[in-house]
Design a protein around this ligand. Structure first.
Ligand code: HEM
Length: 414
């Protein structure tokens, strides 16, 4: 029987560089109750079963585990972002059917394959430009130089946010991503900064939506803001704002992590780097293997709407349930040699983009960004070498990725 505090070890930043041995211990009991009453689900089969189970809710999120002070106003300030999200601005990732499905349908109508494929060329030129800016240097910080700026620029392009506002968007995205961690371990000043970022981006979006209604362009926000026709209503303003913010937050740090984890993994497996350089067609399968082996999203939380019996355990109604996707990806009962990075793997059914009704809407876009970036990095960086292994990690346990990734190079190919 594993220890009922193992999940707190997952949250501990000291284990960020290698959480996989803890996941192995957790898998000994597929659904394990933690001392705080949360249930951690860690095998591939159990995660899969629960991802498709309507008795798990994304809407009625469990209360924060931050100790309450007894002063309601102070408690609200201690966990402001969650409260705001839970009331007026709750985006579709935190909603259940039928509201979730209605909102998702609006997004899917605009997030077409045609629109996403149309971004391919733009992603390519952004990547080339970002790599070119490193010319003349013998060190590259992958996060700062490429992984971080790329996804924001792409989301701004997709939504139709003017290029001049991108730096501001980058700041908002960084601040808001901290609110996605279950137990944000940052100080009060940072929590206030999150509220401020949320208010600022909301008011910016409100104005931008108004402009898009007056002067529609061929972008996603103009499409979403289009007035509805009879029998075909449009999205309300609040939902529109929260959807735009969600696309920014959900599509930013995740993509940063995929590109950074990808390059880190390739530098740790130089043979795979060489093979990708020689044959860029290997990229799609390599990206799928990355999403299994080093996924950007390690877990997501749900709440049980009723008693759920699974793998010999009953999750009681109201309990928080943590779906530990990254542990499922290393489950030896599902994948042979799960701790081996093996891009030629067949039947690679990972949870990198989740599954079921909340399956990532940005998956095709994220795949394009990661493919273009990794192929270009392998081709253009001459003799790349990791400067520190493991690199320093950001503190987040759910959206897990290196804070920086120093790479020594001896030049840049054209
Ligand atoms: C490598 C990059 C990405 C990864 C690993 C990733 C991962 C995920 C995962 C695991 C979920 C499921 C959440 C859950 O079950 O609660 C999700 C949902 C979502 N993702 Fe992504 N994502 C990525 C990129 C993007 C991009 C680029 C966008 C948009 C521009 C995006 C937008 C969304 C949205 C809107 C949802 C919520 C869908 C729903 O609730 O129906 N993601 N993503």
């Amino acid at each position: 029987m594993p220890d009922d505090t193992l999940f707190s070890e997952v949250l501990d930043p000291r284990n960020r560089a290698d959480p996989y041995p803890i996941y192995k211990k957790l898998r000994e009991v597929p659904v394990s109750r933690q001392r705080d009453g949360a249930y951690v689900v860690s095998t591939h089969a159990a995660i899969r079963a629960l991802l498709f189970d309507p008795r798990l809710s994304s809407e009625d999120l469990p209360p924060s585990r931050r100790p309450r002070t007894g002063n309601p106003l102070r408690d609200w300030i201690l966990n402001p972002i969650k409260n705001r999200i839970a009331t007026s601005h709750r985006p579709l990732i935190f909603r259940d059917p039928p509201d979730h499905d209605t909102l998702r349908e609006f997004v899917m109508k605009e997030f077409t394959i045609h629109r996403v494929n149309g971004l391919h060329g733009r992603v390519g030129s952004l990547v080339d430009d970002l790599i070119e800016r490193c010319r003349g240097r013998d060190e590259v910080c992958l996060v700062e130089d490429l992984s971080y700026p790329l996804p924001v620029a792409v989301i701004c392009d997709l939504l139709g946010v003017p290029e001049k506002d991108e730096p501001q968007f980058q700041k908002w995205a960084t601040q808001l991503a901290t609110a996605l961690e279950p137990d944000a371990r940052h100080d009060e000043a940072s929590r206030h900064a999150t509220v401020a970022a949320f208010d600022e981006i909301s008011s910016y979006m409100r104005k931008l939506i108004r402009r898009k209604r007056r002067h529609p362009a061929d972008d996603m926000l103009s499409g979403l803001a289009k007035p509805g026709r009879e029998g075909n209503p449009s999205m309300g303003d609040i939902d529109l704002i929260s959807t735009a913010i969600l696309l920014l937050v959900a599509g930013h740090e995740t993509t940063v992590n995929l590109i950074t984890n990808g390059m880190l993994t390739l530098l740790r497996h130089p043979d795979e780097l060489k093979k990708l350089k020689a044959d860029p067609e290997r990229a799609p399968r390599l990206i799928e293997e990355l999403l299994r082996y080093e996924p950007p999203v390690h877990f997501r939380t749900r709440k049980a709407l009723g008693d759920i019996k699974i793998e010999g355990t009953t999750i009681p109604k109201g309990a928080p349930v943590i779906l530990l996707f990254a542990a499922g990806g290393r489950d030896p009962a599902r994948f042979s040699n799960p701790n081996r990075f093996f891009p030629d793997r067949e039947d690679n059914q990972h949870f990198g983009f989740g599954g079921g009704l909340h399956y990532c809407v940005g998956a095709p876009l994220a795949r394009i960004e990661a493919e273009v970036a990794l192929v270009a990095l392998c081709r253009r960086l001459v003799e790349p070498e990791l400067m520190a292994d493991p690199p320093p990690y950001r503190s987040g346990a759910s959206l897990r990725g290196p804070e920086s990734l120093g790479i020594r190079i001896s030049g840049i190919n054209r």
